[in-house]
Design a binder for this molecule. Structure first.
Ligand code: PGA
Length: 257
């Protein structure tokens, strides 16, 4: 069975001191819960502080929101995979729709980053998802297939095992509109089927696919109870330690028993 993975994408929020306050409360809220893998994805400047505060925990990893594909070089303003590794970062979110829409990232750029992440043993969380217009035109599968095949080109099966996919319908991000659990499951099943075609059955069964887009404590359980939804990538609701803890608890298989 795939272990659920729930990530807090803080985006451009949280100073170091705010991060410290968050982690202190969050650790108290979740106690010793370990059925779910948790990833905190702070802005770069808060990564060392968050890592330091989590050194005693096994189950909570630190992620980055982006990186460059080169190891070093004349790329003013960029951060390399090696720099992240040195800070004990384990995951990196790549191809988030905000990066694609606001910073011009194409599937080809995302693919370079995904391959660079694997070289450095960072696990990519690769985001895909359609706009409302694309959904209304009936193009969801076409868009998802193109993004997956482009972003994951030349990634070997053993690297795919270490890759997480996040399905984030763009119309649901930060809007309060969540995909229904049926719509999300349908997209996730399609993503898994595409991954199967790109690799093999065993690999596709192993890859975890998160849902993202207005995940909240009151919809998290229903979404994550779907067979192909293996966790969540949470933006807005991850800024509050109590609501993020509730979302994590909703993903724990034995929660409430
Ligand atoms: P949201 O963001 O939860 O605020 O919709 C999700 C994301 O962008 O990863």
């Amino acid at each position: 069975m795939r272990k659920k993975i729930i990530a807090a994408n803080w985006k451009m929020h949280m100073t170091q001191s705010e991060s410290e306050a968050f982690i202190t409360t969050f650790l108290r809220e979740i106690g010793d819960l370990d059925e779910v893998e948790i990833v905190i994805v702070p802005p770069f400047t808060a990564i060392p502080k968050v890592t330091e505060l989590l050194t005693q925990t096994q189950n909570i990893k630190v992620g980055a929101q982006n990186m460059h594909w080169e190891r070093s070089g004349a790329f003013t303003g960029e951060i390399s995979p090696a720099m992240l590794r040195e800070l004990f970062v384990r995951y990196v979110v790549l191809g988030h729709s905000e990066r694609r829409a606001l910073f011009g990232e194409t599937d080809e750029i995302v693919n370079r980053k995904v391959r660079a992440a694997h070289v450095e043993q960072l696990r990519p969380i690769v985001c895909v998802g359609e706009t409302l217009e694309q959904r209304e035109k009936g193009n969801v599968e076409k868009i998802l297939a193109r993004q997956l095949r482009g972003s994951l080109a030349d990634v070997e099966a053993k690297e795919l095992h270490e890759t997480v996919i996040a399905y984030e319908p763009i119309w649901a991000i930060g809007t309060g509109k969540t995909a229904s659990s049926g719509q999300a499951q349908e997209a996730h099943a399609f993503i898994r089927q595409t991954l199967r075609e790109m690799s093999d059955d065993a690999t596709a069964e192993k890859i975890r696919i998160q849902y993202g887009g207005s995940v909240k404590p009151d919809n998290a359980r229903e979404l994550m109870s779907q067979p192909d939804i293996d966790g969540a990538l949470v933006g807005g609701a991850s800024l509050d330690p109590r609501s993020f803890a509730q979302i994590v608890q909703a993903g724990a298989p034995n929660e409430g028993l």
